[in-house]
Design a protein around this ligand. Sequence first.
Ligand code: HEC
Length: 137
Amino acid sequence: MKKALRKLTMASLMMGAMLFLFTTNSSAQEDWTVPANYKTMKNPKAGVSDAGNVGKALWDKHCKSCHGKEGFGDGTKAEELDTELSDFSTDEVQSQTDGELYYKAIIGRDEMPNFEKKIPSEADRWLLINYIRTLKK
Ligand code: HEC
């Protein structure tokens, strides 16, 4: 009888450990699969100055609530999300091509919303990508 009880305790401990690993792991960001045509997309606004501050205005309106004012991943809505937010000031984000950032920012996936309808202008989208570049450390 005692032996059976011990076995049962062991089994539930293991189950608990597995559940713990599973739930903690589920919040980590998985690698994105960015289609090749996006990855190499040319930024038509590369090096263009944004006199009207369109990029910043779009960031503040649509992105800041989750990603934070400076892209640190500390927006007011960040805590409600299951997915970890990356820090936009780091190489992890800044080393990506404009096309990769464009795909993630405009097409999105899961908790990262799609912005094709909310930001319909192609030119504005690229000014927003340029703004993301200014968040670099
Ligand atoms: C509702 C919260 C939310 C809003 C609003 C939001 N995002 Fe995100 N964003 C996320 C989440 C969550 C992820 C991570 C998604 C994943 O990995 O599956 C993400 C990921 C990203 C990434 C990829 C970062 C990386 O590590 O490669 C980019 C780029 C991005 N967002 C840009 C934007 C831009 C630009 C806007 C505004 C137009 C925006 N996001 C608005 C939640 C949000």
